[in-house]
Ligand binder design. Structure first.
Ligand code: GCO
Length: 445
């Protein structure tokens, strides 16, 4: 009798587990393609599709003084220093864009250059940005300007940056000033780059400035970034309703390392909600992380997608102090540690599509110093993108991260993401094989 009961209970448990796993598989699939069976050259893109590359001011311009430069020194990180000396070499660098056949270029404005002290504006710096825009337009390259890409002035950081709601007003003023000067020529704007990365890395994991480790602050900064984005959006739209204003969202996917595990699966759902879902709900519903932010509802004309990888969650991820990135057997680990998972680009697009606005791929790329992976990386991602567009997803552009090797934040110069190799001693730029490949893809599409 006990044995029968035991066997029945065991059988019920197994059936329950299998049903649960089948349900999870169906509802949260993690597709992996057999790439050996796919012809990644078989791609096509519609007329008017934009081919681009992306950079950010702090990563390329050089000799800045902002929240990051302080953090680099405080934490003993590699210093950004001269970076790519782009502030002096931008004309030559724009020639590199033309050499590739680029039609869209995403870059960012450095607030600390424009307003080094509160209320003291450097008009010459603004003039330089303005000249950059003219040069891009003369080359038939559409500029996309990011107003905040992780860096801002010291004085603003000292006042608490995005952790203090009161500071949003000065951020909005800065954005308005730039918009007033450049929006006669720039149509496409990104308010904030990767809000979840900025808040989690800076206030949760302590890896980015200001190096805090506080869950409470992380959530607060996430909400403030949403509010700041919404206020900038509303203000700029009143100034010029036809401008296209969006933000760049890093969609990292979270998949359970082990689908049987009672830890891995709920953890992946939780992280997925925290990283992606809460943000999407802020924009679609005006509600984020249990707080109403009504201004945020429908505050996007397009959404920028930065896609790099999926993270396999579970105990295998290590500790918060030392994150590890496990990978599936069939996956290749990139130099950053996380796996190459091109299939996820499709999932990221599917995740954003319900927002009902066009998608611009504002970043996608790989750290790969010897360029052994980048050509395949590029081909796979563009194949996935081409398929998604054939299936009707509204994607307008692809911006490869990055035009050239540059300062990769906490990783310093060790991670090389460029289509052009940069020799940081001589500042010489050399086109990599993957850059050559990208150029060919652009010219045949
Ligand atoms: C980010 C940024 C870029 C990075 C790129 C490579 O995602 O952190 O937007 O500035 O350099 O993503 O990691």
């Amino acid at each position: 009798m006990w044995l029968t009961l035991f066997i029945a209970a065991l059988a019920a448990f197994v059936v329950f587990k299998i049903t649960l796993i089948r349900y999870r598989r169906r509802r949260y699939p993690e597709p992996h393609y057999d790439w050996s069976q796919i012809n990644t050259d078989d791609v096509s893109f519609p007329q008017g599709f934009h081919w681009g590359t992306a950079t950010a001011a702090h990563q390329v311009e050089g000799l800045l003084s902002n929240n990051w430069t302080i953090h680099e020194v405080d934490k003993g990180l590699e210093q950004s220093g001269q970076a790519c000396d782009h502030w002096n070499r931008w004309k030559d660098d724009f020639q590199l864009l033309s050499d590739l056949g680029i039609t869209s270029y995403r870059c960012s404005i450095e607030w600390s250059r424009l307003e080094p002290e509160q209320g003291v504006w450097d008009d010459e710096a603004l003039q330089t940005y303005s000249a950059m825009i003219d040069e891009l337009l003369a080359r038939n390259i559409r500029p996309i300007l990011t107003l905040h890409h992780f860096s801002h002035p010291h004085w603003w950081e000292a006042k608490g940056g995005f952790a203090d709601k009161e500071n949003i007003a000065t951020f909005v003023q800065y954005c308005e000033r730039v918009f007033e000067a450049l929006s006669d020529r720039v149509d496409t704007w990104i308010t904030i780059n990767e809000p979840t990365v900025f808040s989690t890395m800076g206030y949760g994991l302590g890896i980015f400035p200001p190096g805090r480790r506080s869950p409470r602050l992380t959530l607060r900064v996430m909400r403030h970034l949403m509010l700041a984005h919404a206020r900038v959006y509303r203000s700029l739209k009143t100034k010029r309703p036809e401008a296209q204003i969006g933000l760049a969202k890093n969609v990292t996917l979270f998949d359970p390392h082990n689908r049987w595990s009672p830890i891995d699966w709920p953890l992946s759902r939780l992280l997925e909600w925290f990283w992606n879902g809460a943000w999407r709900s802020g924009i679609t519903k005006g509600k984020m992380l249990f707080t109403k932010i009504p201004e945020a509802k429908r505050s996007l004309d397009f959404v920028g997608l930065n896609y790099y990888t999926h993270v396999l969650t579970g105990l295998s991820i290590g500790s918060l102090r030392k994150l590890k990135f496990p990978k599936r057997e069939q996956e290749v680990a990139t130099e950053f540690g996380y796996p190459m998972y091109a299939e996820g680009l499709r999932r990221a697009i599917e995740f954003l599509a319900p927002m009902g606005v066009p998608i611009e791929i504002t970043e996608n790329g790989v750290a790969d110093a010897d360029d052994s992976l980048r050509p395949e990386h590029l081909k796979r991602h563009l194949w996935v993108l081409s398929q998604a567009m054939k299936d009707g997803y509204n994607v307008r552009s692809y911006h490869h991260w990055s035009l050239m090797d540059n300062f990769e934040w906490a990783e310093g110069y060790s991670m090389r993401f460029g289509l052009y190799h940069v020799d940081f001693e001589t500042q010489e730029r050399t086109l990599r094989a993957s850059g050559e490949l990208y150029k060919q893809i652009i010219s045949s599409n």
